[in-house]
Write a protein that binds this ligand. Sequence first.
Ligand code: OXD
Ligand code: MN
Length: 624
Amino acid sequence: MIIMAENLKLLTGMCAYFEFFANNNDINKEEFSMTSNKTVLAWLDEMAAMCTPEKIVWIDGSEEQLEALRAEAVSTGEMIKLNEEKLPGCYYHRTAENDVARVEDRTFICTPTKEEAGPINNWMAPDEMYAKMKALYAGSMAGRTMYVIPYSMGPVGSPFSKIGIELTDSIYVVLNMAIMTRIGKAVIDQLGDTPDFVKCLHAKKDVNPDDRYIVQFPQDSTIWSINSAYGGNVLLGKKCFALRIASYLGMKEGWMAEHMLILGLENPQGEVKYICAAFPSACGKTNLAMLIPPEYLKSQGYKVWTVGDDISWLRIGPDGRLYAINPEAGFFGVAPGTSVKTNFNALESTKKNTIFTNVAINNDDMTVWWEGLDKNPPVNATEWKGAKVNGVEYTAEGNKLAHPNSRFTAPAVNCPCISKEFENPAGVPVEAIVFGGRRAKCAPLVYQSRDWTHGTFVGATMASETTAAAAGAVGVVRRDPMAMKPFVGYNMATYWNHWLEMGKKLGDKAPKIFHVNWFRKDDNDNFMWPGFGDNMRVLLWILDRCAGKVDADECAIGYIPKAEDIDIKDLDMTVEDVKALLTIDNKVWLEDVENIKEYFAQFGDKLPKEMADELAKLEANLTK
Ligand code: OXD
Ligand code: MN
């Protein structure tokens, strides 16, 4: 069903719109808008007057409407239909070559003052940015359709959930938002007459990278994105709303929006305990969220349930504990490296109703392929930029068939291990928060912070070393506090302060905070820990600590496991190997302390005193 905007007066000048209306006398005007919410309609009119679309289409969330949009996208070449038998309901999309990833250097937090955005965010004064972007948006949708997508982050009506409305001229965005969020009539009905929604505007324009902007105005609950059609820049519910705007709202309203997976670990007695975990990119977050336990633990009845793979919204529940929901409804996962072996559950999730972006196509049967899926690149392939190639020869020459950041957008309900609490409007109680990074020598396999304040410091000083997979020098330490470096919607130092405030409110009901490192290397550059499903062994130690079932040794950086308490049954490892994984090299740590001092210095007097005190304590402990 196509529903037109009700308020015609501000759509003056949109001739085609009037033509459409004039020729459709039988259309009931009342049906044209899905809402009579005055704030929504006034904003929509203002945006339409600026972008001058030919048509405005409300997205009601019905399967009929989505199916019509898929057919339209296929007819224009925006999407390609994949093999209906092998990949039912699946489509392929290719972005412009210059538009394949999030653009941190063109992402802005436009707070009234620069200090509110802080030293690690790009900033411009709101007035200046609005003026600049209005000029770019002017007439940007001429001859095109503006889709109006009401969406809910979190189950519709949950006390955790928030509503956004995204205006976009891209069917690809509509169809992705339909997977990644809850959309349509139920959402706009839930909003009712309130002005409490995030205003999101996206125009694809001509995908000119020089005029590409992804801008958040936290004080106005507004997101403006232009000149991109790549996921993280245009699916505005995800990073822009669910992290940048939501982290700001959380600070104001007393809750938290975090770049964390949520998993439930079920023991043989059927009890499920929940863990939230934050890792920088390229540290295996989706794999951990969908972990398959080692065979012998599986046979005892241990299971892992996925609540979310990327984002957590956390609130203090009526019992004073911290509860988490996953505000998303799908997975926007990196395809390369995903295989039956590395992440069976993620792969299964992509078997139906999925959109693939920038992977390779196997032209023989219209299925998809990417590096790491298996060892058989299709002979008759179309690589991600659209050239027909012999995939075997092409990859043998060192070329990639799929873009390294190619993606699948898959409904969470497809996941074989999706938690039955996934739709629970009250969320799940969080036992432990886990931070992690990729550190060859510094961090041990696992350690526990002394308390919430120390845990906040552990998160604030999180870091990862660059790998050969990314351009630039290898082994450079990149600090990524709470994995939120690109996603915090205000001053990072104020964000740490908010963490400390939450800790005070939670008191002794606060989850315990841990740090893990799956990537420790020996002197021969070999990984010392098997990783993947075996990470479950570390999660079990973490939950035992939370339950007070296991001792630990206090050392300079926190609590370290006794080596014999890390389960290595069936692994080709000895207790001595575990001891090596748990060693702390004071010299390496003191170098890190110097790096943290430099990092903290940029926050000036905004740095919470507790963070400076924890750093001094760490240094003192290491030099004792
Ligand atoms: C993501 C990211 O795509 O963190 O989830 O970049
Ligand atoms: Mn992410």
